[in-house]
Design a protein around this ligand. Structure first.
Ligand code: DP6
Length: 328
């Protein structure tokens, strides 16, 4: 531990796409989920963040893609830095400079890569030398899904029951390796109901929430066995079911809400049409209208070309499994 000033570190984290979704907190303050979840870290979309603790600074400052940020995002980063100061004993304010490398309007969530990169850079700059498990625990406090972006490839967030045992672990030696994600940008607007608000409303008002908790247990078991048996059909089917079960929690909430729009439904139907025509693929959707198509290398060109014709090539991004956290 150190309290010297002007300590600086830079880290890079990739975003991840959940195949078994995290949707609901048992403890909102510590971000302890009701269920485990499982994701794939992607190679295409990442955040690079530099944190410098500096005693000259009168307050924390935040620059995202060269724009000074002072709104709610600043508050969230400031609260997170307070946690790092509390853990490390450092007292200085910090300068945070962050760049999101998400292809223009890919419509992918950035909070996972953002808080993973921030956790790594801030903890290192503060003088803490955290192992990956503790880094995952720290990133979780910024945004739940960020705890999974510490690792590359397939990652499971083990729900745990308190701050010490809720963290992500990599799925070692997965036999399912040949996987591609075709990300379709349907809309780039800020979602009207954030995932944070949406999951909270689902937990407190959907009568199906207790069933979700049970179902995720078995979906997690099944998907892990599909990954270890290299069973792509099973893997894709469980991913698709699990996403739809999550969205059923939004439809059954009070007041109900929906992340899909008409084009989301069209894209889902197109995936089914392709599948029935022998081009094996599945879909997943997060807290927004964008669709991610899950496929294997042999079909990726057909799928990308099909959606390029429908949406325009700039709305279609092909991703592969990506790496874990890196310090620069
Ligand atoms: C639908 O991690 O953004 O993408 O913990 O409140 O920051 P907070 O939520 P966040 O939620 C992600 C929700 C999801 C599913 C997932 O990534 O598992």
């Amino acid at each position: 531990m150190t309290t010297s000033s002007n300590n600086s570190a830079t880290a890079l984290a990739h975003t991840n796409i959940a195949l078994i979704k995290y949707w609901g907190k048992k403890n909102a303050d510590l971000i302890i989920p009701y269920t485990g979840s499982l994701s794939l870290t992607l190679d295409q979309f990442y955040t690079k963040t530099q944190v410098s603790f500096d005693r000259q600074l009168e307050q924390d400052t935040l620059l995202i893609n060269e724009q000074a940020v002072t709104d709610k995002s600043w508050q969230r980063v400031h609260d997170f830095l307070n946690l790092v100061r509390q853990q490390s004993g450092i007292t200085e304010n910090a300068r945070v400079i962050s760049d999101n490398h998400v292809p223009t309007a890919a419509g992918l969530a950035s909070s996972a890569s953002a808080f993973a990169a921030l956790a790594a850079a801030a903890s290192k700059a503060s003088g803490m030398d955290l192992n990956e498990r503790d880094l995952s625990r720290l990133a979780r406090r910024g945004s739940g899904s960020a705890c999974r972006s510490i690792y590359g490839g397939f990652v499971e967030w083990q729900r745990g029951s308190d701050d010490t045992d809720s963290y992500a672990v990599p799925i070692e030696n997965p036999n399912l390796k040949d996987i591609r994600i075709v990300a379709l940008t349907i809309e780039t607007h800020q979602k009207p109901i954030s995932s944070r608000q949406g999951m909270e409303r689902s937990v407190t008002t959907s009568p199906y929430y207790p069933t979700w908790v049970k179902v995720v247990e078995s979906d997690l078991k099944e998907i892990k066995s599909a990954i270890s048996q290299n069973d792509f059909a099973k893997f894709g089917a469980i991913s698709e079911f699990n996403a739809m079960r999550m969205h059923a929690l939004t439809l059954s909430a009070n007041p109900d809400f929906l992340y899909f729009n008409g084009m989301t439904l069209d894209a889902m139907n197109e995936v089914k049409r392709l599948r029935h025509a022998g081009v094996e693929c599945y879909y997943t959707v997060d807290a927004g209208p964008n669709v991610k198509v899950i496929c294997q290398t042999k079909n990726v060109d057909t799928i990308a070309n099909t959606f390029s014709k429908i949406l325009g090539p700039e709305k279609v991004t092909v991703a592969k499994p990506g790496p874990g956290i890196k310090y620069l």
